[in-house]
Structures are given as structure tokens and as C-alpha cells.
Design a protein around this ligand. Structure first.
Ligand code: ARG
Length: 251
């Protein structure tokens, strides 16, 4: 009679141990933490903070997986998935057709839009149509870069300076090496809030809305389903709203 519970316990322990050994219990996450308020490094603790970081941890908790997050370069995120170095990337990544040709995306988890950052004293730039003869700074291979590149091709922009990080692109405008930055509006807001003395402003939404998704290797369809299930769960149980409010206040 007494042996049964011990047997069950042993089975549970063996299964748990082998799950850890296979790595199935660990969610390997890659991000690029230069994208406040979605992902950034806490200066004091070195911890990765932000909306995306909380969301992916909540997804991990929902799936019973341990979440390990690495901060890598932006243009290394998709290659890292293709090489199977990570299970997912979450980094404010906009779902685009081109990207969806090489990776899978979760259901959209955030609606965003591009804006234009200029020097605070600039009066004559309010939309993408006002950039004739200007130089745009962008983070390389972002939707801001794609927009700027299209504009340049159409003759609506003189040049595009591409940087590895948002901070470097902002810096280019501060020092006068570029006229504008084209980037995600919530990130422009957070940057201006965190750098109140930067001589910069943004002009509000300038393009169609875009949607962020969590990216995965196309082969990893089982995990994709699990992540979408967890996202649904987090919307239903109020966790998503709580995380949203933490970073963006009440809607
Ligand atoms: N949403 C934009 C894109 O997908 C910019 C994302 C940049 N993310 C980052 N962590 N630097 O192209």
C-alpha cells in the first residue's frame, strides 16, 4: 500500500529531471535591449526590464518553463532563430511579410506606429512628406529603415544613415549629423522621457499602424501554438492588462 506513492513520486521526479535535461523546460529568449520601454537594461542592476520582458516571463510562467533571456544585436535576432540558438525572439519586432517568409510570428501582442523625431526647434516637419532634402537616421533593418529607404528611393529623402542602435540614431540628430530619426512612437516617447534635456521632440504618428509579434523558427510550430495559447490566457486572466498598465498607464 505504502509503496505506490513512492513509485509515483519516483516517476514524477524522473520525468521532471529528464525534461530539464532535454532543455524542454527552458525557454531560450533573445532580445535587443536598446528599445525602452519594451526591453532595456537597468543601469544599476544590469537586469533586463520592459513590457516585452514581463510579457515573455508571464508566458514562461503560464507554460511552466524557465525563461532565460540574452541581450544580442538587433540584426542577429532572426539569424539566431534560424540557427536554433534561441527558441523565441521578443524585441518589439513588427510582423512584416518579408520577415514572415523566414520566421513564424505569434499572434500580434502590441499595436504600434512610426513617428519622426526632430530637433525641438524644427517647425516644418510634421509628416513623411516633409523630408525632402533631409537625412534620416534609423536603426538598421527596422521598419523605420524600410520606410526611410522607400522614401529615399521615391526621391522624398536625401539620405539614410543606418545605426546598430536607437541611441546612436538619436545621437546623430543631436549632433546634427542627421535631421530626423524614424522609429516606433512608444520608443520615441520613452527616450524623450528618459532624456528630458535632449533637444528633441517627435511629431506623432506618421504611418499605418504596425503590430509586434514574438518570432520563432518555422519548424517550432508546437511552441508557437503554446505561446499563442499562453497569450490568450494572459489576455483572459488580466495579466496582459496589468503588464500594459505597468509600462503605459491606464488605456
Ligand atoms: N518595430 C520595429 C521593427 O520591427 C523596430 C524594432 C526594434 N527593436 C529593438 N529591440 N531594437 O522593425
Amino acid at each position: 500500500m505504502k509503496k505506490l506513492p513512492v513509485f509515483i513520486l519516483t516517476v514524477v521526479l524522473v520525468v521532471a529531471a529528464s525534461t530539464v535535461a532535454w532543455g524542454a523546460g527552458v525557454l531560450r529568449v533573445a532580445t535587443e535591449a536598446g528599445f525602452m520601454p519594451f526591453e532595456f537594461v537597468d543601469e544599476k542592476t544590469g537586469e533586463l526590464l520592459g513590457f516585452d520582458m514581463e510579457l515573455i516571463k508571464a508566458i514562461g510562467a503560464e507554460l511552466g518553463m524557465e525563461v532565460k533571456i540574452d541581450n544580442i544585436s538587433w540584426d542577429g535576432l532572426i539569424p539566431a532563430l534560424l540557427n536554433n540558438n534561441y527558441d523565441v525572439s521578443i524585441a518589439g519586432i513588427t510582423i512584416t511579410e518579408e520577415r514572415a517568409a523566414s520566421v513564424n510570428f505569434s499572434d500580434p501582442y502590441f499595436e504600434s506606429v512610426l513617428t519622426i523625431v526632430t530637433k525641438s526647434n524644427v517647425q516644418n516637419i510634421a509628416s513623411l512628406d516633409d523630408l525632402q532634402g533631409k537625412i534620416a537616421a534609423v536603426q538598421i533593418s527596422t521598419t523605420g529603415d524600410f520606410e526611410a529607404s522607400d522614401l529615399q528611393d521615391a526621391g522624398g529623402l536625401k539620405g539614410v544613415s543606418r545605426f546598430d542602435t536607437v541611441t546612436d540614431a538619436m545621437q546623430a540628430v543631436i549632433i546634427g549629423a542627421a535631421d530626423v530619426v524614424i522609429l516606433d512612437l512608444p520608443v520615441a516617447n520613452a527616450y524623450l522621457e528618459a532624456n528630458p534635456h535632449a533637444p528633441l521632440k517627435h511629431v506623432g504618428p506618421v504611418a499605418d499602424n504596425e503590430f509586434y509579434g514574438i518570432a520563432l523558427n518555422k519548424k517550432n510550430t508546437e511552441l508557437l501554438e503554446k505561446i499563442n495559447g499562453a497569450l490568450t490566457q494572459l489576455h483572459e486572466n488580466g495579466t496582459y492588462d496589468k503588464i500594459y498598465q505597468n509600462w503605459f498607464g491606464a488605456q
